[in-house]
Ligand binder design. Structure first.
Ligand SMILES: Cc1cc2nc3c(=O)[nH]c(=O)nc-3n(C[C@H](O)[C@H](O)[C@H](O)COP(=O)(O)OP(=O)(O)OC[C@H]3O[C@@H](n4cnc5c(N)ncnc54)[C@H](O)[C@@H]3O)c2cc1C
Length: 369
C-alpha cells in the first residue's frame, strides 16, 4: 500500500485545525477530515474565554498560560484574522466564602507572575461602562492578559492557511473506523474508501472515547454539556469577559452578548424539551440584566448546548496512543485556550520527532493500569 500523506488528522475543531495549520506549515503532506463542517462541534459552542485563571495544579495553569501566549503569536502571524479579542477579564464575588476564594486565587496567580490584580469599582466601571457593580463590592479582579476568541473564525483562518500550504481538507467526511495491525494504523475508513497516511492524530473532542474504543485502548473522556445563550445587540456594548455572581458574559461575534452560568449547565443537560432550554436561557438573560442594564432591552436570539470533552482527571490528554506507534490523540477541556499550543507541540513531536517536556504530565498512558 502506498502512503499518500505523511499525516492524517481526524476532527477539525480548534484542536484539529491547529494541528493541521502547524503540520502543513512544517512541510508535512496532510489530509484532514471532519464528520461535519469544521468548527461545528464543541468549538463552535464554547464560551471561548482564553484564560489560565482557574486551572490547577500549577503545571496545568502553566500549560494554559502558554496557550494564551500561543494565541497572541498566532494573532500576529495571521495578521488580524485570528478572531482574538484581547482586553482582559473582570471578576467579582459576593458572600464571604466566595470572596475569600477569589482573594486567594488573585494572590496565587499574581505570585506566579500571571497578570491578576485588584482594581476599584470605579476603575472597573471606567473600563466597562456597560457594567453595574453593586455598592457593596469594593474591588474587582482584573486579569489583564485574558481574551475571548471567535473560535469559528480562527478555525476557518487556520484551515485556509493550511490549504495554502497544500493540506487536503475534507468536510462531511466521517471516519467510520480505523484499520490497524501490529500496533500501527494502516488506513482510515471513510464512506468513499480508505485514506492512508504515515501517522494519525485523533482530535475528535467529546467523541474521543467512542472513537478509540474499537482499538481496545482506554482514553477516558467524558461528555459534559453546557448551555450558552446569545442575545441581540445591547444599546451599550460590552467589551470584555465578565464573571459576576451567578452569570458570566462577554461580547458575541455577532454584536450581542454571550451568556452562561455554571449552575445552569446541569439542568440544561437534563432538559427534556426545547421550551425548558428557552426557560433556562431566559434565566441567564434575567441574571445578565442585573450587571449589564442594557441587557433589559435585548432578546435571546439563540441558545446552544455544547458538549465539553472532559478527561477523567479534567486535565489535557495529548500524546501517542498507548500500544500504537503511529497514532496520537489530543482531547482536552479548555481546548479553545489550548488548541494552538497543542497543535504546535504535537506537530513538533509527530512531524519533528521532538516531544516537548511540558506535555510529560499529560500523556494518555497515565490511564493505563
Ligand atoms: C459551554 C462550554 C463552555 C466552554 N468554555 C470554554 C472556555 O471559556 N475556554 C476554553 O478554553 N474552553 C472552553 N470550553 C471547552 C472547549 O470548547 C473545548 O475544549 C474545545 O472546543 C474542544 O475542541 P476540539 O477541537 O477538541 O473538539 P470539537 O470542537 O468538538 O471538534 C471535534 C471535531 O471532530 C469531529 N468528529 C468527531 N467524530 C468524527 C469522526 N468519526 N470522523 C471525522 N470527524 C469527527 C466533529 O465533527 C468535530 O468537528 C467550553 C465548552 C463548552 C461546551
Amino acid at each position: 500500500m502506498t502512503t499518500q500523506h505523511d499525516l492524517a488528522i481526524v476532527g477539525l475543531g480548534i484542536v484539529g485545525a491547529s494541528v493541521a495549520y502547524a503540520a502543513a506549515r512544517a512541510g508535512a503532506r496532510i489530509v484532514a477530515l471532519d464528520a461535519g463542517a469544521p468548527g461545528e462541534g464543541t468549538s463552535g459552542t464554547s464560551f471561548a474565554w482564553l484564560n489560565a485563571a482557574r486551572k490547577e495544579p500549577e503545571v496545568y495553569h502553566r500549560l494554559n498560560a502558554d496557550g494564551m501566549a500561543a494565541h497572541r503569536e498566532l494573532a500576529r502571524e495571521l495578521g488580524g484574522d485570528a478572531g482574538h479579542h484581547p482586553g482582559g477579564s473582570l471578576e467579582w464575588a459576593e458572600g464571604d466564602e466566595q470572596e475569600r476564594e477569589l482573594r486567594a486565587r488573585v494572590e496565587r496567580l499574581a505570585r506566579r507572575g500571571y497578570p491578576a490584580e485588584w482594581i476599584s469599582r470605579e476603575r472597573a466601571r471606567a473600563l466597562e461602562p456597560a457594567l453595574v457593580v453593586g455598592d457593596h463590592v469594593r474591588e474587582v479582579a482584573l486579569y489583564a492578559a485574558e481574551a475571548w476568541l471567535d473560535a469559528p473564525r480562527l478555525i476557518r483562518a487556520l484551515l485556509r492557511a493550511a490549504s495554502a500550504c497544500g493540506a487536503v481538507i475534507r468536510e462531511r467526511a466521517p471516519v467510520r473506523s480505523l484499520r490497524a495491525r501490529g500496533g500501527r494504523v494502516e488506513a482510515l475508513v471513510a464512506d468513499d474508501g480508505e485514506v492512508t497516511a504515515g501517522s494519525l492524530v485523533v482530535c475528535v473532542g467529546p467523541s474521543t472515547q467512542a472513537f478509540v474504543a474499537p482499538l481496545g485502548v482506554r482514553v477516558p473522556v467524558g461528555r459534559v454539556p453546557g448551555l450558552l445563550a446569545v442575545t441581540s445587540p445591547p444599546a451599550q456594548p460590552l467589551r470584555r469577559v465578565v464573571h459576576a455572581p451567578g452569570i458570566h458574559l462577554r461580547p458575541d461575534a455577532g454584536g450581542g452578548l454571550l451568556l452562561g452560568a455554571e449552575d445552569v449547565d446541569a439542568p440544561a443537560a437534563e432538559a427534556r424539551s426545547p421550551s425548558r432550554l428557552d426557560e433556562l436561557a431566559a434565566l441567564l438573560l434575567e441574571r445578565a440584566a442585573h450587571v449589564v442594564p442594557a441587557a433589559r432591552g435585548v432578546k435571546v436570539v439563540d441558545r446552544r448546548v455544547g458538549v465539553r470533552p472532559m478527561p477523567a482527571d479534567r486535565h489535557t490528554i495529548a500524546g501517542r496512543l498507548p500500544g500504537f506507534d503511529n497514532i496520537w490523540v489530543v482531547a482536552t477541556h479548555s481546548g479553545v485556550t489550548l488548541g494552538p499550543l497543542l497543535g504546535r507541540l504535537i506537530t513538533d513531536e509527530v512531524v519533528g520527532g521532538a516531544p516537548h517536556p511540558s506535555l510529560a504530565p499529560f500523556r494518555p498512558d497515565r490511564f493505563v493500569y
